[in-house]
Unconditional design. Structure first.
Length: 419
């Protein structure tokens, strides 16, 4: 590009503005009430999922004006939009009635084995087992399942906002670290696994075992702290519509597994997704309304993050590489809060000659901070989109989310640095 430094500075500035915007959505909602004649645009700017897409559009308009159509289009063509497309497809599929009924059966089956009250057991299993399943069915699928189960369960009950935010904080942190038992499910791990030759055994030995410990501790502590409030919630299975026959459920699982297996190949997983849509139409009686709107908003959010994030390497990579192995863990944890954690590990994978200690610290730090904000981990917007309607004012307050995510993040730090 011509005058690259100008575009880089503008990109960094717009990224910072977008980040501030995510913490200011409540302001735009107030403007909608004050200026009803323009309520539509203020409501639009008050949607968290729209923020990064909007400022990405501003960036592209600026690039078009300064460098011309060819350079602006070339930059866009060079971005990789596989992750937004995959999250869209997997979110729609994981949120279908057959998959939810299967997940609910599994959660209730495991919960029945625990020697604690039914409602508390279901709560614990949803926040522990389902995030750990993200290591096999991918983190976006685990987030969608857990969020839908919580929305139909604890979030549908008259519980306090304090419990709702605490649950959201633990959910985001546990999904972020819970996908590290394998080398193929968590985006921050996928970015480096092939380049650094990390296999399944390596992941379990150096990162996964500590992550599993933190997941279980976070879920157990939260269940214990809110045991009295959880006791007021029904432990019965949520109503998920007419029971789905097992052949239909099996077909859904097969499609979900196929999309997860080909998560790096958009032509394959999008083709499977289109076949899946046809199947849901053929057996419409066993379907609830598909999460198309929510999934599209999440994909738009992530696509905007891809566009804006593509101009942040010039300051992110030197910042990371200036740290030693111990400092990079905490640096990655903090930086993840303001940029997608997969972007951090990808930048690290481009640097030759890193020590194994540095690599492990970078990845474990990136996943540790993955629950602090909506943009810290790719599945977070999916969980927020599904659960925000259960909060007051139909929105999740970023500052409240940050406060709720700090305690489980500290547990994750203790697990990764002390064991």
């Amino acid at each position: 590009m011509n005058d690259t430094s100008l575009i880089q500075w503008v990109g960094a500035g717009l990224f910072a503005v977008a980040l501030l915007h995510t913490f200011s959505t409540k302001f735009f909602e107030k403007l909608a009430h004050r200026q009803p004649e323009h309520a539509g645009i203020w409501h639009l700017l008050g949607e968290v999922e729209v923020v990064f897409g909007f400022w990405a559009m501003v960036l592209l308009v600026f690039m078009f004006a300064v460098e011309g159509k060819h350079e602006a289009v070339r930059y866009l063509d060079e971005r990789n939009f596989t992750e937004p497309m995959f999250v869209f497809a997997i979110m729609v599929m994981a949120g279908t009635r057959p998959i939810l009924q299967l997940a609910a059966r599994l959660v209730h089956l495991v919960a029945a084995l625990l020697p604690v009250p039914r409602s508390a057991a279901i709560f614990f299993v949803t926040l522990s087992l389902v995030p750990l399943l993200g290591s096999f069915i991918t983190e976006p699928a685990a987030m969608t399942l857990a969020a839908m189960l919580l929305r139909n369960g604890i979030y549908a009950a008259p519980v306090s906002e304090k419990l709702k935010y605490a649950t959201l904080g633990v959910l985001f942190v546990n999904v972020s670290i819970g996908g590290t038992l394998t080398n193929f499910a968590a985006p921050p791990v996928l970015m480096v696994a092939e380049a650094w030759n990390w296999d399944l055994a390596f992941m379990i030995e150096h990162i996964g075992d500590r992550a599993a410990l933190a997941v279980l501790v976070n879920a157990a502590v939260l269940t214990l702290l809110f045991r009295r409030e959880l006791a007021t919630v029904s432990g019965k299975a949520s109503a998920l519509g007419e029971m789905v026959p097992w052949p239909v459920m099996a077909v859904h699982v097969a499609f979900l597994a196929g999309v997860a297996a080909f998560s790096h190949h958009p032509p394959v997983f999008m083709g499977l997704f289109l076949f899946f849509l046809g199947f849901t139409h053929a057996y419409e009686r066993y379907q609830s309304p598909l999460l198309l709107r929510e999934a599209l908003l999440v994909a738009f959010f992530l696509a905007g993050l891809v566009v804006l994030g593509g101009l942040q390497a010039w300051w992110l990579q030197p910042t990371l590489m200036a740290m030693d192995a111990n400092a990079v863990y905490f640096g990655a944890t903090a930086l993840t809060a303001v940029t997608d954690n997969a972007a951090l590990t990808y930048l690290g994978s481009l640097v030759p000659g890193l020590s194994q200690e540095f690599k492990i610290a970078l990845v474990s730090g990136a996943v540790t901070g993955g629950g602090l904000t909506l943009i810290a981990n790719a599945p977070n917007p999916a969980g927020a989109a599904l659960l925000k309607g259960s909060f007051s004012q139909q929105a999740i307050q970023p500052v409240a989310l940050l406060a709720a995510a700090i305690p489980p993040t500290l547990v994750a730090i203790a697990a990764f640095r002390l064991f």
